[in-house]
Design a protein around this ligand. Structure first.
Ligand code: XMP
Ligand code: MG
Length: 218
């Protein structure tokens, strides 16, 4: 129960029930009624997981935790491009403490929905993180492969501390020996889009989060 509360699931129990009742290809007006603008998306999305309001509320809670934990410290937020753009923008603006920001781009996925297991650094940090308090900001942790690579890479640069915040986490990630200190939402093992998450570079700019209908990628 504590885990559910921490991940923000408990708060939306009523909404979950409503969404579970909806058929896989429910009417677009249902999605709109829940605050997600999917009017132009036809049947590509199958189920709304979190509305924009639910996402923003949860980020406010995470920011309050980060404020408390990093009070009096100089924190560097390291956003992982491209998916973390939304959470970085919203989280950083919800913080009361000062923070710096830097970005990395790494690649573990191709244009499909399966992890390739191959991690490449496409863009490295501009900051020397030695002695800094680093908080990695991720969009989603799925298998955890990308994150465990990133963590060992960053740890070798001797930061004062190194923690991870992710907007979303899938159950597979729980098997990895990588500790994620702040989790927005634990979600099912389905491919999701919105709030920075893409399918083939689309849907990142949805303000809520939804599952992608299998017919889109099968
Ligand atoms: P791993 O498996 O290494 O994957 O933890 C992390 C990266 O995989 C992408 N990913 C997704 N992207 N919807 C997406 O749009 C998803 O459901 C999803 N699951 C994993 C993402 O790029 C993430 O950083
Ligand atoms: Mg992606």
């Amino acid at each position: 129960m504590a885990g559910r509360a921490r991940s923000g699931r408990a708060r939306v129990a009523d909404g979950d029930r409503r969404r579970d009742d909806a058929s896989a290809y429910g009417p677009p007006d249902l999605w709109q009624a829940e605050g997600v603008d999917v009017s132009a998306l036809g049947n590509d999305l199958s189920r709304v997981l979190y509305t924009p309001e639910e996402v923003q509320d949860r980020i406010g809670e995470l920011a309050a935790q980060v404020d408390r934990d990093y009070e009096g410290k100089d924190v560097l937020l390291v956003g992982v491009l491209n998916g973390a753009v939304m959470i970085m923008a919203d989280l950083s603006r919800a913080l009361s403490i000062h923070c710096r920001m830097d970005w990395m781009a790494i690649s573990s996925y191709g244009s499909g929905t399966k992890s390739s297991g191959v991690v490449r650094i496409l863009k490295d940090l501009s900051t020397d993180i030695a002695g800094m308090h680093v908080l990695v900001v991720e969009d989603i942790v799925d298998t955890g492969l990308t994150l465990s690579y990133l963590i060992s890479n960053l740890r070798s640069r001797n930061p004062a501390s190194l923690e991870v915040l992710t907007a979303f986490r899938k159950p597979e990630a729980l098997k990895m020996p990588v500790e994620v200190r702040y989790v927005g939402f634990d979600i099912p093992s389905e491919f999701v889009v919105g709030y920075g998450l893409d399918y083939d570079q689309r849907y990142r700019n949805l303000t809520g989060v939804a599952t992608l209908a299998p017919h889109v990628y099968s």
